[in-house]
Design a protein around this ligand. Structure first.
Ligand code: T1G
Ligand code: NAD
Length: 704
């Protein structure tokens, strides 16, 4: 076996007849310049060897290849390109077999599609996720995959960007075999069979049979992806993916590949793709603590306990059951417990009715969830998560009991939205084991988990929380103890402005329309109705602060969806918000009572006042070291509050708009508003004045 370079090896077997080219660029064989160059050298060596009759291309157990090296995007392109590598493979007169174990994604799958045969280990996954980076497959994927699986199926795979399990990929024709047992040996046997069979290697680019249906009626492609495109409204990449697949049907291969590359280059320079690539790396950075000792070990979590089966408790329990972790739910009384567990079962039934879950899977997950009104069950948990009413006294009483009953070394977490974790931890004799695990509603759906680091929280507790967060499929971000932590603290700025906009002349559906147009899946008022207006009302009452219009709605029992009316009214069993003249009356009366002359407020002003105050608060959060990175704030808003991923998050967006613009607009609004928080934050002023952005800030540790 010889090293072609640091990441590619070349060896032969069977008397030199079979060349094995192995890729080993940890952690996921990203197709960096080194890997591409090594592949070219190895392929040319096999091509030019008289002895070699067939070639097997293999990766590592974790990944055949996770695609192009995303960190190289935006840097000068260095030949050979991936297209060059694949063209070399494709043109080989000797058969090349792609032996896929683990993942073959993006350019990695395109590499395999350029080979003449594709075999995979069971459990492997293949896919073209480029659309999730605001791109499209730019190395032949949109031209070759349709030739194997048909244009409709290919379009669906490429527009979704989701990986396809090997068994399903085999069934649709993207793979030639799924090989059981010792994969490397089985793949070599497959290569021997191909070699023995002889003949001209089959090039995917020459296949046309699977394109027949779309050639006959090109609209089959549009029909196949209509629903997906509707959901991805306004994004350039999904549409470009469809245009590229259409080219595979209507153009000769080379033409189609040129069209694909042109579309790819256009997207590569797009603000949406820059934003989505920022999010890719930000998401991975968010789970890292710069000051955590490298040898910090996380504790094993075999069983979880959730206290409170309300809106959040039930959803949190589902997260553990979905990950196969047994969870015990504790309530104060049987009625509340039954109500909570019935809601869990109802959520699973809705998933079944939508086809995203089978009855067998529901039964398996429900079997992981058990309920009790015996608080003693706290002792069963390696992790105890409290999700009772948002009242400090109650939480301190509950944590006093948890401290008395929980097993030594258990991780103790509160799901509080706003309260001081230090005060909660202080009632225990083990504050080092206490932190916040702040889930977002609905907890079984929203991917974000804010991990709140308290003054005495240990690194072991933090590592354990990060680890369990990953296991239950959450995107984690560590934040400091402050009012509302990061997400809710910024949200409070938006909520204040939203209430003011209503008093000054807007209506809930105007504001929500502007926020929807910005790209959020839901406006602030519809979101308030979903989470329950009473949660904020409880918090305001506990603090003696008022929000005139929201308070009036709550006093009228309008808590939102849970009571069939809030800022909107809801038909029975429907979650569709309907404008309500009753609410308009309440708002007009509130303006009059305040002596405010209502005025027409356009969408541009609404948008600025919904977004800029949050960015300003983000700057304060960074000043106070309540977040480690500006990009962590982006991740919190994308995975916790539906910030549109193609806008990269509030802090990334601010840098795109330009901090001087944000500063000046905030100063403009601050000049005429009673909301003193609109005054530009010192950090924003400083960065704007020095021509820097939030992206220029170094990572910092959380202030405890
Ligand atoms: N480029 C560079 N770095 C990558 C990478 C990539 N493609 N994929 C992963 N990494 C890094 C990642 O940042 C992390 O680094 C480490 O690897 C482990 O990743 C021409 C243009 C493969 C499913 O979109 O979806 O091909 O934080 O923590 O949870 O058509 O990574 O440790 O320093 O995520 O097990 C298309 C992207 C590229 C796949 C593994 N490919 N990767 O998940 O580990 S565009 C993708 C993933 C393209 C061509 C086009 C996931 C994963 P660090 P991880 P994981
Ligand atoms: P909820 O009112 O829906 O549920 C609270 C549950 O706690 C009730 O079922 C109640 O019976 C139970 N409970 C009260 N005292 C108890 C005790 N001593 N032992 C066991 N159970 C007890 O409230 P929720 O919306 O689920 O909020 C729970 C917590 O999660 C709060 O701290 C809230 O701030 C936080 N939170 C809420 C949201 C949200 O959107 N609703 C989001 C994130 C965090």
């Amino acid at each position: 076996m010889g090293n072609i370079n640091a990441v590619v090896t070349y060896e032969t077997t069977d008397g030199g007849a079979i060349a094995i080219i192995a890729m080993d660029n940890p952690p996921v064989n990203a197709l960096s310049h080194a890997l591409r160059s090594g592949l070219v050298a190895a392929i040319e060596k096999a091509r030019d060897s008289g002895a070699v009759k067939a070639v097997m291309l293999i990766g590592t157990a974790r990944a055949f290849s996770a695609g192009a090296d995303i960190s190289e995007f935006g840097t000068p392109r260095q030949p050979p390109s991936l297209i060059d590598v694949i063209a070399l493979l494709d043109a080989m007169a000797k058969p090349v077999i792609a032996a896929i174990s683990g993942l073959a994604l993006g350019g990695g799958f395109e590499l395999a599609l350029g080979c003449h045969y594709r075999v995979a280990a069971p459990g492997s996954r293949v896919g073209l996720p480029e659309v999730k980076l605001g791109l499209l497959p730019g190395a032949g994927g949109t031209q070759r995959l349709p030739r194997l699986v048909g244009a409709e199926v290919a379009a669906q795979i490429i527009v979704s960007g989701d990986p396809v399990p090997a068994a399903k990929a085999l069934a649709m024709g993207a793979l030639d075999a799924v090989l059981e047992g010792d994969f490397r040996a089985a793949a070599l046997d497959f290569t021997r069979e191909v070699m023995k069979a002889g003949g001209k290697p089959p090039r995917v680019r020459d296949r046309d049979d699977k394109l027949a249906a779309a050639k006959a009626d090109p609209s089959v492609i549009d029909r196949a992806v209509a629903k997906q495109l509707q959901r991805l409204r306004g994004l350039p990449a999904p549409k470009a993916c469809v245009d590229a697949v259409r080219a595979a049907v209507t153009m000769p291969f080379e033409e189609g590949q040129k069209k694909e590359l042109a579309l790819f280059m256009e997207l590569l320079g797009s603000p949406e793709s820059k934003a989505q690539r920022h999010v890719f790396f930000a998401e991975r950075e968010a789970a890292k603590l710069p000051d955590m000792p490298a040898d910090t070990k996380e504790k094993p979590i075999a069983r979880a306990v959730v206290i409170g089966a309300g809106t959040m408790g039930g959803g949190i329990a589902m997260c553990f059951a979905n990950a196969g972790i047994p969870v015990r739910v504790i309530e104060t009384e049987q009625a509340a417990l039954t109500r909570g567990l019935d809601r869990v079962a109802e959520n699973y039934r809705i998933a079944i009715s939508r086809g995203s879950l089978t009855q067998a899977e529901m039964d398996k997950r429900m079997a992981q969830i058990s309920g009790t009104i015996d608080f003693g069950a706290v002792a069963e948990g390696d992790l105890v998560i409290e999700a009772v009413f948002e009242e400090m006294d109650l939480k301190r009483r509950v944590f006093t009991e948890i401290d008395r009953l929980a097993k030594p070394g258990a991780l103790l977490a509160s799901n509080t939205s706003t309260l001081d974790i230090n005060q909660i931890a202080a009632v225990t004799k083990r504050p080092e084991d206490v932190l916040g695990m702040h889930f977002f509603s609905p907890a079984n759906v929203m991917r974000l988990l804010e991990i709140v680091r308290a003054r005495k929280t240990s690194f072991t507790a933090l590592a354990t929380a990060l680890g369990i967060g990953r296991r239950i499929g959450k995107v984690t971000s560590v934040v400091g103890v402050c009012d509302g932590f990061v997400g809710n603290r910024m949200l409070a700025r938006r909520t204040t402005q939203a209430e003011m906009l209503l008093l000054e002349g807007a209506l809930p559906w105007d504001v929500d329309a502007a926020v929807l147009a910005f790209g959020f899946p839901m406006g602030p008022f519809a979101m308030g109705d979903l989470a329950g207006l009473d949660v904020g009302w409880r918090i305001r009452k506990a603090r003696g602060v008022t929000a005139e219009i929201s308070d009036t709605l709550c006093e009228a029992g309008r808590f939102g969806q849970k009571t069939g009316a809030g800022y909107y009214r809801y038909e029975k069993g429907s979650r569709t918000p309907m404008p309500d003249p009753e609410v308009e009356k309440i708002i007009l009366a509130a303006s009059e009572k305040r002596g405010i002359t209502r005025r027409r407020i356009d969408a541009a002003e609404i948008t600025e006042r919904m977004i800029y105050p949050m960015i300003n608060e983000g700057a304060r959060i960074l000043e106070e070291r309540m977040a480690m990175r500006a990009s962590d704030i982006d991740i919190i808003w994308i995975y916790g509050y539906g910030w549109p991923v193609w806008r990269g998050g509030p802090m990334f967006y601010a840098d795109q708009v330009g901090l001087p613009q944000i500063r000046d607009r905030l100063a403009h609004y601050a000049a005429t508003s009673p909301d003193k928080t609109l005054k530009p934050a010192p950090l924003l002023e400083k960065l704007a004045a020095s021509g820097q952005g939030f992206a220029d800030l170094p990572v910092q540790t959380i202030a405890v």
